[in-house]
Every structure is written in C-alpha cells, then in structure tokens.
Design a protein around this ligand. Sequence first.
Ligand SMILES: Cc1cc2nc3c(=O)[nH]c(=O)nc-3n(C[C@H](O)[C@H](O)[C@H](O)COP(=O)(O)O)c2cc1C
Length: 200
Amino acid sequence: MSPNPFPHVGIVYHSGFGHTATLADAVAEGARRGGAQVRLLPVEALTPADWDTVDAADALIFGTPTYMGNVSAGFQAFAEQTGRRCMEGAWRDKIAAGFTNSGAKSGDKMAALISLSVFAAQHHMHWVSLGLGAGWNSARGSEHDLNRLGFWLGAGTQTDVDADPDQVHPADVATCEHLGHRVAVVTGQFKAGRAATAAA
Ligand SMILES: Cc1cc2nc3c(=O)[nH]c(=O)nc-3n(C[C@H](O)[C@H](O)[C@H](O)COP(=O)(O)O)c2cc1C
C-alpha cells in the first residue's frame, strides 16, 4: 500500500474579478507540492464532468471573495445546487477547507469562512484548519508574515480594491499555498488510514 495514495483535491471557488482566482492557483500549487492531484473548478463553469470530479474528490477546498460580509452570491449559488447531494450525504467524510479574500483588512470576512465551514459540516465533511499561528502580531512581525491577518479557521486574505489580480499580496499567496499543502498531506494521511483500517 502506498503511504500517500495520491489524494485527489478539488478547489471549488468563485472569483468575480480574478483576485480569489489568483489565490486558488496558490492553493493548487501547494496541494500539488503536497502530493495531490489537483483540479481547479470555478463554480460558474461547472460541466457535468466537473461535477463528477467534485463528487469523486477526496478533498474539496472552497474559495470565495467576501462580498457584503459573507460568501459571494456566485459561491452561494453553487452551494445551493448541492442540496440533493447534501440530503443524500454524497460528500460524507470528504476532507474540506476554505479560503476567502476581502478588500478591507478585516472586511468581516470571518463570516465568509464560517459559512464555508458550516457548508462543509452540512455535507458531513471533515474541516481542516489553516494550521498556522498568527503572523504580524508583534513588534517583530510584518505584513510579509505567513497568515499576516491572523486566521485559524481557514486562509483569510486581503487585496487592495484597486489592485490587479496579479498584485495579490505575496504573503497571502504563500498562506494559501500552505493551506493547499496541508490539505493534501492530511488527505493523504486519511486515505492511508482508511486503507489500513479496511485491510485490518
Ligand atoms: C459586491 C461586492 C461586495 C464586497 N463586499 C466586501 C466586504 O464585505 N468586505 C470587504 O472587505 N470587501 C468587500 N468587497 C471587496 C472584495 O472582497 C475584493 O475586491 C476582492 O478582492 C474581490 O475578489 P474577486 O476579484 O475574486 O472577486 C466587495 C466587493 C464587491 C464587488
């Protein structure tokens, strides 16, 4: 049995103007480095084959911009399309995690992360936290720290509202890479553990 049987990670995200998409790319890069096979799945373009990919994934990482203090309407439209899967427990025991990006430093984006985690819980998924201490929280810290905005539930990032998508803060890119890597590793551990349990 392989110690890391190639976790399949889907990154399911909405991005109105490209900033969250940049961070989704970073999550994907981290997950690949963690040994996962990764699919980026923008919610507004999901084909029937993409839905099959989502359903078959071992882990789903949800991403959304923070709009009006919560997940975007685009992400929520996706969430509401999963109602039947939720009722049937189709995603039970998959791994889940999330990230969100706002214009303001806080921007009330904790509410978006909470929404993503509740969405995962309604699907009976296992939520993986960010796994980093808070950055930029002492005299020795700086905006270049990992987790510079100090979130634990998921990756909470911020992009100035007049910045282009390729100007997303490098520390936020690195933080999202960390999240993707962590999810890939945890998912590999779960897969190996389940295989060992089934074989016992
Ligand atoms: C309709 C709308 C609502 C927004 N609401 C918030 C908000 O509540 N808090 C915040 O900090 N930024 C807010 N923003 C700013 C976005 O979160 C920010 O520009 C983000 O980078 C957009 O990501 P995207 O390019 O992936 O859509 C809002 C932007 C829009 C368009």
